[in-house]
Write a protein that binds this ligand. Structure first.
Ligand code: DQA
Length: 147
């Protein structure tokens, strides 16, 4: 079965409680449960990782590289806007990668308009709340099937 890694960065463990008017009322576990349901229809095996630590996320990407993962969906949280570490780690991967944001970062503060990952990921989804994760999974499934 094809393996897809779902990575969530800093503060996303607080979803549901964290500024729900911006990020929604679903917890990360609830979002992940929806993805598992969807993955069964798409015949994909999902692996979940969340960390508040940049280096821990880089370590996970290295594992995914060594284990030849078939796709990555990442919401890097604030690391989106700052992290050369994450950019360099993800740049090693050759599988489809989707950067996803719950909020529409372009409707928010100017510092959120910049992504360190924008030009190394396959594509980006921003502003569709938790639906963005499912959109990303569908896109990755299609890309894997066509490759
Ligand atoms: C976010 C947007 C980021 O700017 C922010 O730092 C987050 C969440 C989003 O999902 O909308 O932590 O990635």
């Amino acid at each position: 079965m094809k393996k897809v890694q779902i990575i969530n960065g800093p503060n996303l463990n607080m979803l549901g409680k964290r500024e729900p008017e911006i990020y929604g009322y679903l917890t990360l576990d609830e979002i992940n449960a929806k993805l598992v349901e969807r993955s069964e229809l798409l015949d994909l095996e999902l692996f979940f990782f969340q960390s508040n630590h940049e280096g821990a996320i880089a370590d996970k990407v290295h594992e995914d590289f060594n284990e030849n993962f078939d796709g990555i969906i990442i919401n890097p949280g604030a690391l989106t806007h700052t992290s050369v570490v994450l950019r360099d780690a993800l740049a090693m991967m050759s599988c489809p990668m989707v950067e996803i944001h719950l909020s529409n970062v372009y409707k928010r503060e100017a510092f959120r308009h910049k992504s360190m990952l924008a030009d190394i990921v396959t594509g980006r989804i921003t502003g569709f709340g938790h639906y963005g994760y499912e959109m990303a999974l569908n896109a990755i499934a299609n890309m894997i099937n066509e490759s």
